[in-house]
Design a protein around this ligand. Structure first.
Ligand SMILES: Nc1nc2c(c(=O)[nH]1)N[C@H]1C(S)=C(S)[C@@H](COP(=O)(O)O)O[C@H]1N2
Ligand SMILES: [Mo]
Length: 322
C-alpha cells in the first residue's frame, strides 16, 4: 500500500514507516503528513534507514546521533508527539489543532533591565547571528525523551546584543496569547493553565553555551506544534522549561514565576534540572522511555550534560532547588 502525501510529490511505502512506530497508528501519520504538506514545502527524497520515516525533514539526519550515541528521532516522532497545551493536552493535539496559528510576521518585545529594550521584528532579533544545527536530547518530566536535531542561535549571542545591566539576574520568557488561533486557550470556565505560559532562566543558565533560541529542526523552520517561530532549548532541564512561541523576553532582578511552578509548586520547581535522584511526587524520575524504543533506559544527571552545566549548581541542595 502507498500512502500518498498530498501536494508533496512523495509516495511512502507504508511498510517503511509503520513497523517501529509503536504509538503512532497509520491514520495519525497521514493526518500529520497532510498538515505538514499544507503549510510547507516538502523535501523531495526519501533517505536514511529502512523502517523509519525521516523524509519530511528538510535535511537527512537519519544516521546522526547525539554525543552519547542516541539515534535521532524521526521527523514524525518529533512533530506528532508534542506537549503544547495552548493547542490541547493530548500528545496529538498540537499537530492536529495548530493549523490556524500564524507564526509570521512575528515580533518579540524585549523589556526590563537592559540597554536595548524595544519591539523587535523576529528577523532583526536574529539577523546578526548565525544559525547552528545541534543534536540535543529533550527529556520530559513524564519520563519520555527524544533526540532532536535542533536549529537555532545561542541565546547568549542574542542576550549580549541586548546589553543586560547588572540588575538582570534572571530572564523571563512569555508565550503568545491568541485564543482565536489556539483552541487550548479558549476554555473559559476552567482554563487548562493560566495564560500566558511563562518560563525563566537564571542569567548564567541563559548565557550557557548549550542554551539555544530554536528556530527550526531537521534543517527547516519549526512547525507550529514545536513552537514556531521561536522557542527555547536548555537540554539539561525538563522539557517544560523549553517555552514555545516566545513573544516577550524580560530581564528581571527577582526569580521569575514559571507556569508549572505556579500551577503545582510541590511537583515542579524553577530549576527543573533533569535529576534521576529526585522523584516527581507521583512517579520515579530514574528511568525514561526514548520514543521509538521499547526498553526504558536510565536517566542521566543533568540529562547527560553535567560536564557543561554542573558547575552552575555547585553547593546548591538539588533536592530543595528541584
Ligand atoms: N507555551 C508552551 N510551551 C511549552 C509547553 C506548553 O504547553 N506551552 N510544553 C512544554 C513541555 S512540558 C515540553 S516536554 C516541551 C515539548 O516540546 P516538543 O513538543 O517540541 O517536543 O515543550 C514545552 N514548552
Ligand atoms: Mo514535558
Amino acid at each position: 500500500m502507498l500512502i500518498r502525501v498530498k501536494n508533496a510529490g512523495l509516495d511512502i511505502p507504508s511498510s517503511e514507516i509503520t513497523p517501529e512506530e509503536t504509538y503512532l497508528n497509520r491514520r495519525r501519520f497521514i493526518a500529520a503528513a497532510g498538515a505538514i504538506a499544507g503549510g510547507h514545502l516538502m523535501a523531495p527524497a526519501l533517505g536514511g534507514k529502512a523502517g523509519r520515516a525521516y523524509a519530511q525533514g528538510g535535511q537527512d539526519f537519519s544516521d546522526a546521533t547525539d554525543e552519547l550515541g542516541g539515534e535521532v528521532n524521526t521527523y514524525e516522532d518529533i512533530t506528532t508527539y508534542n506537549n503544547f497545551y495552548e493547542f490541547g493536552t493530548d500528545k496529538r493535539d498540537p499537530s492536529r489543532n495548530s493549523g490556524d496559528f500564524k507564526p509570521e510576521p512575528w515580533t518579540v518585545e524585549v523589556n526590563g533591565h537592559c540597554a536595548k529594550p524595544g519591539t523587535y521584528a523576529l528577523e532583526d532579533l536574529l539577523a546578526p547571528h548565525t544559525e547552528e544545527d545541534r543534536i540535543y536530547r529533550l527529556r520530559c518530566v513524564e519520563a519520555w525523551s527524544m533526540v532532536i536535531p535542533w536549529r537555532g542561535i545561542p541565546l547568549a549571542d542574542v542576550i549580549s546584543r541586548l546589553e543586560p545591566t547588572g540588575s538582570a539576574n534572571y530572564v523571563q520568557f512569555k508565550t503568545v496569547v491568541r485564543p482565536e488561533e489556539m483552541p487550548g486557550q479558549r476554555r473559559r470556565l476552567i482554563p487548562i493553565l493560566p495564560w500566558p505560559y511563562l518560563e525563566g532562566l537564571r542569567m548564567d543558565e541563559a548565557m550557557n553555551p548549550l542554551t539555544l533560541l530554536v528556530t527550526g529542526l531537521y534543517g527547516r523552520s519549526l512547525l507550529n506544534q514545536n513552537g514556531a517561530p521561536l522557542r527555547l532549548m536548555a537540554p539539561w532541564k525538563y522539557g517544560f522549561k523549553n517555552v514555545k512561541s516566545i513573544v516577550e523576553i524580560s530581564f528581571v532582578e527577582e526569580m521569575p514565576r514559571n507556569t508549572w511552578n505556579v500551577q503545582t509548586p510541590h511537583e515542579y520547581g524553577f530549576y527543573a534540572n533533569v535529576n534521576p535522584e529526585v522523584d516527581h511526587p507521583r512517579w520515579s524520575q530514574a528511568r525514561e522511555r526514548r520514543i521509538g524504543k521499547l526498553l526504558r533506559q536510565p536517566t542521566l544527571m543533568f540529562n547527560g550534560y553535567g560536564d557543561q552545566v554542573a558547575h552552575m549548581y555547585a553547593g546548591m541542595d538539588l533536592t530543595r532547588w528541584y
